[in-house]
Design a protein around this ligand. Structure first.
Ligand code: ZN
Length: 839
């Protein structure tokens, strides 16, 4: 997970520093001040000279959100360097520094560029203590009226307190917290007496965490380990319904990991905190994992996919205890590594718990479409990227790390064999435990275990961007796969259908041309059919035509899923017409028995319907699509499948009859047999009705607001409401309000409002928001968490499909000469479909 430092604020503080400079002594012959953020050069120099690091931190947290948090940091360390000044990171700047002592003596420190610089002469080569009293910065403290929580990944600890904010200076933390009397708190270490938290194992600053506030606590014991769940859910029945499963999932994950790694859970106590509207799905703080509450406490109407996602999220964060927490990347350019292992291992853990699920298919649908969604665009990037300053670390995260890297890792396991990989990982975890390592350290350990040149393989798949292009050529019974750049070695399973049988053929793509001979002339050849192949595949035209007719008849659900993914890519490359794709979807849905495929088809259909059809064709198709969804909704056997159909129906409904049905359901005048609708479902219905401009839209929003039992959900709804107003001036005002950082603080709320403003039904009135939204992006990046720039751009562009908007984006990028490369990528990623739509 991630986020970003506040450069705008930093600059203002920089100006202040020039004027104030408390306790400053300036010496023109000294080395230049370090740049803001955490430059790699500074981090390297510190890692070489500082060791045995310990923080003793105290925070006093007042109930009033706007009252300052007072803090004290006693930082102990050994230092081998006394020639240079000591540089600490602390963004709040000179006004927030109350007192600095070096080895007991008041320091002649300097506060500049988000750093506290202590003269080398005040320190010794050996043990040192620096004690700093300060006013904590609020930027990474997520303060709310009833609760607060820290979120310091990747380098946001120094927005709150002075520290060495880099992953390879691991430290032991002890913590003292003073919180309002009716609050409770949780941190990495166990609470040994009121407000005192035990010393941690060595952990980096980005994993140090605490949360405090009005939380309920559930306790359970599993496998001899006590676990606690902190939450703010007001629905007691919902907590009861979920709690055992949530504890079980954690216990299973930990037991599995201990066995796989051969290393017991390394961090002592085990708690987790469910936070409303948390920025990420979860964050792996050792001893105190934070989760987004909604992804852990399931509604009764939860889909199978949501349950799987929950299990995966829990397994993902649990895996991080070893991969990321016990062994940490040296620098954030290797952050993908901990993410890929967490995902890769999570899949292994979750699979046995869901024996009814087709896991190969799940891997396909949860990784390939999302990875392609970035890797096919002009904004793609390699898995392993350069990173000069941790200020930019946030922009490393995305589908290439979370979805492409697992695909590449699965290839690695295929190449090495599962046992060799496990063996290599065990050695790696043991060798670097409580320390740091790079990807190349691991490649080196694994390279010893294979004949393949792993370094060369790693260069193509890990250090380069994009996908291999593979074309199928069929002549009689000879099938050839042509790959222009054969460095992208991969093992794939090709599915070939003939009149007699459908077969899977294992194949190594390692040459420009790879040929197979079939038993009879093929009806179709699907190189992705076994769910392994990754790339930009061009089908031969006979196979394309065959699949557009007969895809639903394919027996293997995995092959069907792979065919859908491949046809969607063909649609984006304009080799398949959107109308043909949607016709196929309408024929396929009544036959499709696998929920994951239903979801895949519905997701593609939703996008094709809103963005790829001209208005007239969309209006023509609407009655048929709604009829199909409603009849499937009635027929679906499971409540999860019903829920899947209903949420798509809610999203695409446009006919008067369909909208009237939705309104009756929202008014509780009509029930859908076998489907329980929860508070978030009703809220979503109210918003969808409002954006369709039903006559009673305003009254529906008001009534919905009154229905809420949960105050957090109610607050979010109230925030989003103006974006749904029928009055354009109100919507304009909502959009304008987002230019104030205060109104974007709850980022998922802001993104939801922005997406409704730019809903396809509002296109004519919302094109005007696109340019100002682009203009804001740099500030969004400076002031927001890591995923926010991406979410901001998708919320802005996702509903648009006009040439005019595509030109606006292109014009913006052409104008911006020195635009940050990573933000440019985000724009190019989110504009990809828009560009392709300008046929
Ligand atoms: Zn993760």
């Amino acid at each position: 997970m991630i986020s970003r430092t506040y450069n705008r604020i930093a600059f203002a503080l920089f100006l202040l520093t020039v004027i104030l400079q408390p306790g400053c002594h300036s010496n023109p012959t000294q080395e230049p001040d370090p740049a803001p953020g955490v430059p790699q050069t500074l981090a390297t120099q510190r890692a070489q000279t500082i060791s045995n690091l310990r923080y003793e931190l105290s925070f006093e947290i007042p109930a009033g959100v706007s009252d300052p948090v007072q803090g004290k940091a006693v930082i102990r360390f050994a230092r081998t360097d006394n020639a240079h000044p000591l540089v600490l990171d602390f963004t709040p700047g000179p006004d927030s520094i109350i007192d600095v002592k070096a080895n007991g003596t008041p320091s002649q420190f300097k506060a500049v560029n988000q750093h506290i610089i202590i003269p080398g002469a005040e320190l010794t080569a050996g043990e040192n203590t620096v004690a700093i009293a300060f006013k904590a910065g609020d930027a990474s403290l997520n303060r709310n009226p009833d609760f607060m929580y820290t979120l310091f990944v990747p380098a946001r600890a120094h927005l709150a307190f002075p520290c060495f904010d880099q992953p390879d200076l691991k430290a032991r933390f002890t913590l003292n917290l003073k919180v309002p009397e009716d609050w409770t708190a949780v941190a990495n270490g166990a609470e040994t007496s009121t407000g005192v938290y035990a010393k941690t194992q060595p952990i980096p600053t980005y994993l140090f965490a605490f949360a405090a506030g009005k939380f309920q606590v559930e306790t359970a014991e599993r496998n001899g380990r006590t676990m606690r769940m902190f939450h703010r859910e007001t629905d007691a029945e919902k907590v009861q319904r979920n709690r055992d499963a949530v504890f079980d999932l954690h216990a299973q994950a930990l037991a599995w990991l201990e066995k796989y790694t051969g290393i017991p859970y390394p961090f002592g106590k085990f708690d987790f905190v469910l936070i409303p509207s948390f920025q990420f799905g979860g964050m792996e703080h050792p001893g105190a994992i934070f989760y987004n509450a909604a992804s852990i406490l399931m509604e009764k109407s939860a889909t199978e996919n949501q349950m799987l996602n929950r299990a995966s999220t829990i397994a993902h964060e649990s895996s991080h205890m070893w991969f990321g927490d016990l062994v940490t990347m040296r620098w954030f350019n290797d952050v993908w590594m901990k993410e890929v292992f967490a995902n890769f291992i999570a899949a292994k853990i979750v699979n046995p718990a869901f024996p009814g699920v087709n896991h190969e298919l799940r891997f396909l649908v949860s990784n390939y479409p999302a990875a392609y969604g970035v890797d096919r665009t002009q904004g793609t990037h390699p898995i392993r990227q350069e990173l000069d300053n941790l200020d930019d670390a946030g922009s490393l995260y995305g589908a290439i790390i979370y979805q492409k890297a697992p695909i590449v890792m699965r290839q690695l396991e295929k190449i090495l064999g599962a046992e060799k990989l496990q063996e290599g990982l065990q050695v790696y975890l043991k060798q670097f435990q409580f320390g740091n390592a790079t990807w190349l350290d691991l490649v080196h350990l694994l390279d010893e275990r294979t004949d393949l040149d792993l370094a060369a393989w790693s260069r193509a798949w890990v250090e380069e961007a994009g996908r291999p292009s593979v074309e199928t050529e069929v002549q009689g019974q000879r099938v050839a796969f042509i790959q222009k750049d054969p460095r992208w070695i991969q093992q794939i399973d090709v599915v070939v259908g003939t009149a007699n049988a459908t077969r899977s053929v294992a194949l190594n793509l390692e040459k420009e041309r790879t040929e197979i001979q079939t038993e009879a002339p093929p009806q179709f050849v699907l190189p992705t059919g076994g769910g392994l192949a990754y790339g930009d595949f061009t089908l031969d035209s006979a196979s394309r035509t065959y699949l557009l007719q007969h895809l639903p008849d394919l027996k293997d659900p995995l092959t069907r899923g792979a065919a859908w993914v491949t046809l969607w890519e063909e649609l984006l490359d304009r080799r398949v017409e959107p109308q043909d794709f949607l016709d196929l979807a309408l024929r396929a849905l009544p036959q499709e028995t696998t929920e994951q495929n239903v979801q895949l088809i519905l997701g593609y259909s939703d996008t094709a319907f809103w963005n790829f059809l001209p208005d007239t064709e969309r209006n023509q198709l609407a009655p048929k699509l709604e009829e199909t969804l409603r009849s499937q909704l009635a027929r679906a056997a499971s409540s999860t499948l019903k829920s899947t159909y209903f949420s798509t129906f809610r999203s695409i409904v446009t006919t008067p009859e369909g909208v009237a049905f939705l309104e009756r359901v929202w008014r509780r005048q009509e029930k859908i047999l076998g489907l329980m609708l929860s508070e978030p479902d009703e809220a979503a219905m109210a918003l969808e009705l409002a954006v369709r401009g039903v006559p009673s839209a305003a009254a529906i929003l008001e009534e919905q607001r009154g229905r809420f039992m949960n105050p957090d959900r109610k607050a979010r709804f109230e925030f989003v409401m103006p974006a749904l107003s029928g009055d354009e001036a109100t919507r304009d005002k909502f959009f304008a309000s987002l230019s104030d950082v205060k109104n974007r603080r709850r980022e998922p709320w802001a993104a939801e409002g922005l997406a409704y403003l730019n809903h396809p039904l509002r296109r004519p009135q919302s094109e005007k928001y696109v340019r100002p939204a682009l203009d804001l992006l740099r500030e969004i990046q400076r002031t927001g968490d890591i995923f926010f720039p991406t979410n901001w751009m998708y919320a802005t562009l996702g509903g648009h499909n006009s040439n005019a908007v595509a030109e606006t984006v292109k014009g913006f990028l052409a104008e911006q000469k020195d635009y940050p490369v990573r933000l440019r990528r985000i724009i190019l990623q989110s504009a990809d479909e828009l560009y392709r739509l300008a046929w």
